[in-house]
Structure formats: C-alpha cells, structure tokens
Design a protein around this ligand. Structure first.
Ligand code: FER
Length: 245
C-alpha cells in the first residue's frame, strides 16, 4: 500500500495486533540509512509490538525500499516531511488510539526530530541505536567513514556499497540540532543501543538518554548496530517498556 507525500509514493505496511478487536494504539516503525521495512530487526520489533496489542505501520522512507525517490537525492528534510505525512495518515485512521514512534539509526534520529515537532500527538518514542551524530559529523566534515571539508562539500559522496549520495544530504544535515529536539520532547522515551555498535557510537545512546526528561536506556552488551547477537534482548526491552501503556 502507498501513501503519497508531496507526489512521492511511500510504501507502507500496516500489521494489526493479534486477536484484534476494535480500536488500538499504533507504532510507526522507521528503518535506517540504506535500510527498508523488511529488515530482520525491523520486522522483529513490529511483530513484538503486534503480539502485545499494538498495530504497527512500517514505512520505506524516501529513496529506500519500495518507495519512490532516488537514494542519492534523499536528505533528512525529506525523511522528516515523510514522517510528518505518515503521522498525519496514522492519526486519520479511525481504529487508532494512541500513536508512538519507533526508528532505527537514521530512522531513530528521525523519530527524535519528528517526535519533538509533533510532541502533542506522540505518546512515546523508541529510538533504537539513534544515529544523531550525523548532524555533528556533517558539521565536522566526517561521514560514511570519509573526511571532507565541511565548508566545501563535494557534490557527491561515495556512500556504502556502490551508491553515491549528494552533497545536499550533508548540507541539510549540517543545519539540524538534535539537542533542541531532545529538550522539546517531554514524553516517555526508550532508547536501546548495543555497546559494540560499529556504526553509531554507544555514547550517543547514553548522551541522549541523559538529556531526555523521561528516558529509559537499555544497553545490549556485546551487540552491534543491527543486533546481530542479541536481537531477543532488544525485543524484551521493547516488550517490557510498552506493556501496560
Ligand atoms: C554515517 C554513519 C551511520 C552515516 C550514516 C549512518 C550518513 C547511519 C546509519 C543507519 O541509519 O543505519 O557516517 O552517514
């Protein structure tokens, strides 16, 4: 199924909770940079939420998965307007009661920003290994394992694999200040982060958790960016925190 955001078709998938009858809360689940809605950890988190009474809406963001837009053209602004559109779509569904946001990595930073922008209607946030070093790194001139002059950004950065990413991604990222978004969101937050994360230093999960007003932090000992070793512990953390909400 597709939702259209300003002419761009976004692939979305809604999964209802088991034994569903009537209204229920919903969690929007967003993948990371180069990711998509069918990744193992994204599906697993959605399924866990479905098991404890939450509907989920997974979405492929601009330039990712089966959504429109080219990867090289994606920026955090585009992802943010995608998120706002999906939030409004979910709010318009007649079976949806409370609305939560969950995102992994770049999707985690996206829900931190979108949650602040829509704080009146977002009941809780689950940033998983949130990649909120991206704006800071963009200002310093180091992204994707490459260094560049932050005042003379290349037109194209070679991204992971054989993909390129336009310098506009960096220019947009340089304008974003995640600390302000953290301060603006006063609802409950769960952050989960592997302490051997090779892509997003675990210090970012820790720092965000310290700064949020109401945050539970679950560190997964020995685990990686996509939870190769202990995905079950991530799911336990999500289940425990969401149960009873
Ligand atoms: C980077 C490191 C990590 C980066 C992006 C990420 C754009 C995001 C990872 C993810 O979303 O999984 O240098 O540059």
């Amino acid at each position: 199924m597709y939702i259209t955001d300003d002419g761009i078709r976004l692939n979305v998938k809604i999964d209802m909770p088991e034994n569903h009858a009537g209204k229920c809360p919903m969690v929007i689940v967003i993948h990371g940079f180069t990711g998509h809605m069918e990744e193992r950890h994204i599906i697993a988190v959605a399924k866990t939420l479905n098991e404890i009474g939450f509907a989920t809406l997974r979405v492929d963001m601009y330039g990712h998965g089966n959504s429109e837009g080219r990867f090289e053209d994606h920026t955090l602004y585009k992802w943010l307007t995608n998120a706002l559109t999906v939030i409004d779509y979910a709010r318009g569904l007649d079976f949806v009661t409370d609305l939560y946001l969950c995102g992994h990595s770049q999707g985690g930073m996206t829900v931190m920003l979108a949650g602040a922008m829509k704080h009146e209607v977002i009941k809780g946030l689950i940033p998983l290994s949130p990649a909120w070093m991206i704006p800071e790194d963009a200002r310093k001139g180091t992204l994707l394992g490459q260094d560049f002059d932050p005042d003379h950004i290349p037109d194209i950065l070679p991204a992971w694999g054989d993909r390129g990413l336009k310098g506009n991604y960096v220019r947009v990222a340089q304008t974003i200040h995640v600390e302000e978004a953290i301060d603006r969101y006063t609802g409950p937050v769960l952050i989960v982060h592997g302490d051997r994360d090779e892509a997003v230093p675990v210090e970012y999960g820790i720092r965000a958790a310290e700064r949020y007003r109401d945050c539970r932090l679950v560190l997964i000992p020995g685990d990686t960016h996509c939870y190769d070793h202990h995905l079950d512990q991530v799911l336990d953390a999500v289940r425990e925190w969401m149960k009873g909400r």
